[in-house]
Design a protein around this ligand. Structure first.
Ligand code: FMN
Length: 253
């Protein structure tokens, strides 16, 4: 198989939730953010912002808002990856244009933020840093926005704890779904997925058993069914609308 240092970094990815006390050097963080800023961006809109948070009190509050996730408080650096339409709105005003904002601008800005974040995570991991993305920043979008001083048209897509991994608690890699299920050639393959999903459940049970956790045999499928059998954060459609993301707007064709 072909390989190189970037591929090795990607293949070695594992989410880290325990950090030691060592700070991240300012220059290293700057290098990671600079590399992240080179991520591709839809129509060069650069519809994202990143907030770098080191203040222990802000991290503490964010850890509470994200469901008491301790790593949010204990990591030396927390990054908030935001979808940002505010700057684009100002740009349109410079040309006396009223910006229209709809599902697409929501997707564009959310994808831009996600791409920068992924690029930052890979850069960080290439130095040996550990990271965990924090989607729970969307548990309370309004409170998070107030805490971080976000203007209208900006929301946090996800956060990221960054720090040096606590060596004794680096977890083994979590197995992924088999490639036959997720990589398709030429056309989407609609073969029944259930056998491969059963096998994946078994693989995950083994993974968790090795960590001393005894799971229900439907280690993946059962969790997915439980989580997706109810609506996830249903209030966010209205909340994000109030924050300036007009997701449901119907414009004329
Ligand atoms: C968008 C996104 C949000 C996530 N949010 C959280 C989170 O709030 N808390 C957490 O502990 N892990 C979170 N994770 C990490 C995932 O749980 C983790 O990536 C997944 O279980 C696979 O494990 P691995 O990254 O070690 O392979 C998030 C990951 C992504 C991509």
């Amino acid at each position: 198989m072909f390989s190189n240092p970037v591929i090795e970094t990607q293949k070695n990815h594992v989410t880290i939730r325990q950090f030691n006390e060592e700070p991240i050097e300012t220059e290293m963080l700057e290098a990671i953010l600079e590399a992240g800023r080179r991520a591709p961006t839809s129509s060069n809109m650069q519809a994202y912002s990143v907030i770098v948070i080191k203040d222990p009190l802000v991290k503490k509050r964010l850890s509470i808002l994200t469901g008491d996730q301790k790593h949010v408080e204990t990591c030396p650096v927390f990054l908030a990856f935001c979808a940002d339409l505010n700057r684009l709105q100002q740009t349109c005003e410079m040309h006396d244009v009223e910006m229209t904002n709809n599902l697409e601008t929501f997707i564009i800005s959310t994808v831009d933020a996600a791409l920068v974040g992924m690029s930052v995570q890979t850069g960080a991991e290439s130095f040996g840093l550990g990271a965990v993305m924090i989607g729970a920043m969307r548990n309370s979008p309004r409170e998070v926005a107030d805490l971080l001083g976000l203007p209208r048209g900006v929301y946090v897509v996800y956060g990221m704890c960054l720090g040096w991994p606590e060596k004794s608690s680096i977890p083994p890699q979590k197995p992924r779904l088999p490639k036959e299920l997720v990589i398709h050639h030429e056309k989407y393959s609609t073969n029944d997925a259930s056998d491969l999903i059963h096998n994946y459940d078994k693989l995950l049970v083994k993974h968790y058993e090795a960590l001393g956790r005894n799971l229900n045999p439907a280690a993946w499928s059962g969790v997915i069914a439980r989580n997706l059998g109810r609506s996830i954060r249903p209030e966010n459609l209205d909340l994000l609308g109030e924050m300036g993301f007009d997701i449901c707007r119907k414009s004329e064709y």
